[in-house]
Write a protein that binds this ligand. Structure first.
Ligand code: WTA
Length: 654
């Protein structure tokens, strides 16, 4: 835990407490009694949450844990996820209610009601059926932030196909690896999307991926930007050609509560991403309950905005499934926050009167860097609840968020969870919790977490340790796609009988929980999980690289940044210019292998890497070097001249 202690010291600096605003507390969806209710009978609490969904067949048993750690929730129940997000609201008379206000980066807008979204999803479901997609088939989705992405996901869910959304910032290589692992035959994509003021292409990456995925026989392409794209006549189909001519009704079938809903790939501690599997009934129960209570959603008056990308789990649970199942009205934005200017978000919050905002600490810190004058130009008085997710939020960012965005009135909910947990696990409740800047506070009702020491024993208040979840929960992952043993090994073996999250945590003197970051070889860059091994793997696949060691180092904006130490085959770069060119080549190589988000911030070309006698790279030492930028005792291990030279060059090249 030594690597995290500076963070802890920093956290403990901030002593202020912030009580819920009285007016919010008086009308809150979740009140203090919810904790008692859930503690009295956890399964009854979850059953009550599940009853808010519409089931075609009721379940017989809330939880079957007899084959632990493989859980079955709401055993025997049958439902359709898309019907729960759409049709039932239309049937209840809310067809005219807006599901999404959407804004493209160039400023184009769309308003889509629940009735319209239902019709779009029915048409897409009919198109998928025409393409031969049936229940259980996997479908890849590689899209920008446009309404069709939501439509594609729900169309899959409607026919029981399993979607696997790959973030549009990932490379062709990454898409190919995931497509092959999922054995998907269809990829849904778009020509491109708008980012940073320009059309950003997606389709060419799909073409490159398909060259490595012989089983893919159809690519469905949404026209978003209108840019020129390569076209493969036998394989590619325009979305508008096949979807628009379909009937706008579709009879949805109910599926088993444990029917697979989606696979989301995420980085683990090895080079191969894990396909995290979520199923239908428990997942929907978890996301709807948390979305309602954590954000205090009053669905008929709130305007909710989650600023994540749908390509991450946050987008799945808190842009698509949670908000739609709760009949929320959401805002959705395609592009980057500084296009055309650094107040784009605040301008849109003012325009649409957004009342709930959910974003990541890295985004908040970027806004801090840009300056408070940007939000100050706008009327943000519509906001009433602010959320944070993705990494520990430092108290400075928390206070800035509360002050400059929340007008000193909005409660902040710092929500801890993971791709694997499916929904929020540790969080304040805005009408109940007296919050502490930087703390995620306590487990959501019905969730049981603990902080344990090396031997799995709970730590006393005031101490740090490993975060575990002690009982199964409805939205938990059901496994790793195609690798049940890895599921057991990764999550249930470190502390038998408990779910090991991979995060360090501390209980303060009051017993409240503070998250301290990963304790494994997973980095968190701008809230994105990236494995050190995955980046090392990408680096050594470059023909000139002999060995690579990758560590995460502190970064004021992105939380962590990637630093790579590399030894080369043959001669080292002769001078500064050659070294910089080589580092640039390696960064481009990593972007090609994984995606631009995995590009090391710094690449240090060294003569050797520090290793233990058994040949294991001493990452801890490298992390110290990366954090302190001091070579000290390491001069015998590294060629200080080269390191300093390259570090200086990289600082210059950003
Ligand atoms: C980190 C994102 C501290 C944590 C929903 C976790 C957080 C990983 C928080 C999961 C938070 C997420 N405070 N750390 N509020 N939220 N994390 O799978 O390390 O992309 O294990 O899910 O992000 O990242 P993932």
């Amino acid at each position: 835990m030594s690597a995290t202690s500076p963070t802890l010291a920093n956290l403990l600096h901030e002593q202020r407490r912030f009580d819920p605003p009285p007016e919010l507390a008086a009308n809150a969806i979740a009140t203090a009694s919810i904790y008692e209710e859930a503690a009295r009978d956890r399964l009854a609490f979850w059953a009550a949450q599940a009853e808010r969904l519409t089931w075609a067949t009721p379940w017989e048993q809330v939880l079957d844990w007899s084959d632990a750690p493989f859980a079955r929730w709401f055993v025997g129940g049958r439902l359709n996820a898309a019907v729960n997000c759409l049709d039932r609201h239309v049937a209840a008379g809310y067809g005219g209610k807006v599901a999404f206000y959407w804004e493209g980066e160039p400023g184009d807008t769309r308003v889509i009601t629940y009735a319209e979204l239902t019709a779009m999803v029915c048409q897409a479901a009919n198109a998928l059926t025409e393409l031969g997609v049936t229940a259980g088939d996997r479908v890849m989705i590689y899209m920008p932030m446009i309404p069709e992405t939501v439509v594609a996901m729900l169309a899959c869910a409607r026919i029981g196909a399993v979607h696997s959304v790959v973030f549009g910032g990932f490379s062709a290589e990454a898409l190919a690896g995931r497509t092959n692992d999922a054995q998907a035959r269809l990829i849904i994509t778009a020509d491109g999307g708008f980012r940073r003021g320009a059309a950003h292409a997606l389709k060419p990456a799909v073409d490159d991926a398909c060259a490595q995925c012989p089983q893919v026989d159809k690519v469905l392409v949404v026209r978003r930007t209108g840019q020129d794209i390569p076209w493969n006549d036998g394989r590619d189909i325009w979305w508008h050609d096949i979807v628009d001519r379909q009937p706008s009704t579709h009879e949805a079938q109910a599926f088993d509560a444990e029917h697979p809903l989606y696979i989301m790939y995420t980085s683990g501690t090895t080079a191969k991403p894990k396909g995290i599997l979520h199923t239908t009934g428990g997942y929907l129960t978890g996301v709807t309950a948390t979305h309602r209570m954590v954000f205090d959603l009053h669905e008929d008056t709130d305007l909710y905005w989650c600023g994540a990308d749908i390509g991450w789990v946050t987008g799945h649970s808190y842009i698509v499934y949670g908000p739609l199942a709760n009949r929320a009205t959401s805002f959705m934005y395609e592009g980057t926050p500084d296009t055309p200017a650094k107040d784009r978000w605040w301008q849109m919050i003012e325009k649409y009167r957004v009342s709930i905002l959910y974003t990541a600490p890295t985004t908040i810190r970027t806004f801090m860097k840009w300056g408070e004058e940007w939000p100050a130009k706008h009327d943000l008085s519509s906001l009433r609840v602010l959320g944070s997710v993705g990494e520990p939020i430092n108290p400075e960012a928390w206070i800035w968020y509360r002050t400059h965005i929340g007008g000193n009135r909005c409660p902040i909910v710092d929500t801890w969870w993971q791709t694997e947990t499916g929904s929020i696990m540790i969080t304040p409740l805005p009408g109940v919790t007296s919050t502490k800047p930087g703390a995620a506070m306590r487990a959501f009702p019905g969730i049981t977490v603990d902080v344990v020491d090396n031997d799995g024993n709970p730590v006393p208040n005031g101490s740090g340790g490993y975060l575990v979840i002690t009982e199964p929960w409805p939205s938990m992952l059901r496994g790793i796609w195609g690798d049940p043993q890895r599921y057991i090994d990764t999550y249930w073996s470190r502390f038998p009988g408990k779910y090991f999250a991979g995060d360090g945590a501390k209980r303060d003197e009051d017993g409240d929980i503070w998250l301290l970051g990963r304790v494994d070889d997973v980095m968190n860059v701008s809230g994105h999980r990236i494995s050190t091994t995955e980046v090392e793997h990408a680096l050594v696949s470059h023909p000139k690289v002999a060995e690579a060691a990758v560590v995460g180092t502190h970064d004021p904006v992105t939380g962590q940044a990637i630093v790579a130490f590399v030894t080369v085959k043959g001669s080292v770069p002769a001078d500064e210019a050659q070294g910089a060119a080589f580092a640039a080549e390696l960064r481009a190589h990593v972007a090609k292998e994984i995606g631009p988000i995995a590009k090391p911030r710094d690449i240090l070309i060294t003569a050797d890497l520090p290793k233990t006698r058994s040949g294991k790279i001493m990452r801890r030492l490298l992390r110290d070097i990366a954090d302190h930028r001091e070579l000290g005792d390491t001069t015998t291990l590294l060629d200080p001249g080269v390191v300093q030279q390259i570090a200086a060059q990289l600082a210059g090249s950003g």
